[in-house]
Design a protein around this ligand. Structure first.
Ligand SMILES: NC(=O)c1ccc[n+]([C@@H]2O[C@H](COP(=O)([O-])OP(=O)(O)OC[C@H]3O[C@@H](n4cnc5c(N)ncnc54)[C@H](OP(=O)(O)O)[C@@H]3O)[C@@H](O)[C@H]2O)c1
Length: 318
């Protein structure tokens, strides 16, 4: 020991996405001394390639990794491309986790999702239930690939003592989301459709019945929790990052919030598939660790997201 403290070098895969951009903003605001953060996009390295992944680790020599990179999409893209979601995510995850181990990375925090839980399950869902039964048919490939991250973390701990872990956010939204109407998630899709309907003076068609229930987390709240997990959370078992069960909203509630934030009124249409009816998750474990964490109120976060989308319409992912 020479008495000098090695800097914490954090590599963030998927750093150009919705969650990665939010972490970048939070780190800018509250990042600690002696920390070096690098945010990667697919242009820096295609993590489907083991060789390109290795080159990134050689270049940056991270001590810590936040692993966000994934093939991500909404219900309809998942239904069309189940095989691609399975194969691509399995490859990216194995490349990142195995390379991190080989380079002696101290901690990796990967990102699971509540949509990987069993389709038939008692509610609320908690961290112990990930592998209890098959996931919903619509995102079978994505869900099993994500579950294997947990398998890899646990086996890597058993075999090598590595404390690699994962977080399980509910539906994320915020600036820099993918606002593509066909391939994106429900909220950014709704925001984009409302924007277009308003611009064209047309009616607003909300897909599905509007009845399914979801918990949403603002990307900036998630980012703060991610940084806490990286620095403070010491378990290999994953942790759900979510607002409470009492804050579950219907898709209709979401549409109302978007309509209000955008100043638009319109009719709902119910012609498309609904996906899983609900997937209520418990945040009891998170609350045990961080009882005082304050989530941004939903309407405030929606307003900020809508304002960002309108102001950045030309550069937003659509
Ligand atoms: N959004 C949600 O509601 C939600 C909910 C639960 C969990 N999650 C998880 O959170 C993580 C981040 O999601 P997000 O919503 O931020 O996704 P996103 O906005 O779609 O961003 C995906 C990121 O992954 C990168 N990426 C994709 N394929 C890659 C490849 N082959 N090589 C290198 N990088 C690649 C993208 O790089 P480019 O920008 O260069 O394409 C981008 O930075 C994912 O693991 C996702 O499964 C998301």
């Amino acid at each position: 020991m020479n008495g000098t403290i090695e800097p914490m070098r954090v590599l963030v895969t998927g750093g150009s996405g919705l969650v990665g951009r939010a972490i970048e903003q939070v780190v800018k605001e509250e990042g600690g001394e002696g920390e070096e953060w690098t945010f990667l996009s697919s242009k820096d390295a295609n993590l489907l390639s083991a060789e390109e992944t290795r080159k990134m680790f050689e270049k940056y020599r991270p001590t810590h990794v936040i692993h966000l990179a994934a093939m991500v999409g909404g219900l309809f893209r998942n239904m069309r491309q189940n095989l691609d979601f399975w194969r691509n995510n399995i490859s990216i995850n194995d490349n990142v986790l195995q390379t991190a181990h080989e380079f002696g990375v101290v901690k990796v925090v990967s990102c699971l999702s509540t949509c990987i839980f069993p389709d038939k399950t008692p509610y609320p869902i908690d961290e112990t239930m990930i592998h209890n039964g098959p996931p919903h048919d619509s995102n079978f490939g994505y869900a099993f690939a994500k579950r294997m991250i947990d398998v890899q973390n646990r086996t890597c701990f058993k075999q090598h003592g590595r404390r690699y872990t994962a977080v399980i956010p509910t539906n994320v939204f915020g600036p820099h989301d993918n606002f593509n109407i066909d391939d994106g998630h429900v909220l950014p899709g709704l925001i984009h459709k409302t924007f277009l309907a308003q611009k064209e003076g047309a009616a607003l068609h909300v897909w599905g019945s509007g009845r399914p229930l979801r918990q949403f987390i603002y990307s900036l709240d998630l980012a703060r929790l991610f940084v806490w997990v990286l620095k403070e959370y010491d378990e290999v078992e994953p942790i759900i990052l979510s607002v409470g069960e009492e804050d579950e909203l219907s898709i209709k509630d979401c549409a109302d919030a978007v309509v209000e934030a955008m100043g638009f009124t319109g009719d709902y249409d119910t012609t498309k598939a609904d996906g899983q009816f609900k997937k209520t998750a418990s945040n009891a474990k998170l609350r045990k660790y961080l009882p005082g964490f304050r989530f941004t109120p939903f309407k405030e976060a929606i307003k900020e997201t809508c304002d960002w989308f309108v102001a950045n319409y030309d550069i937003a992912r659509k």
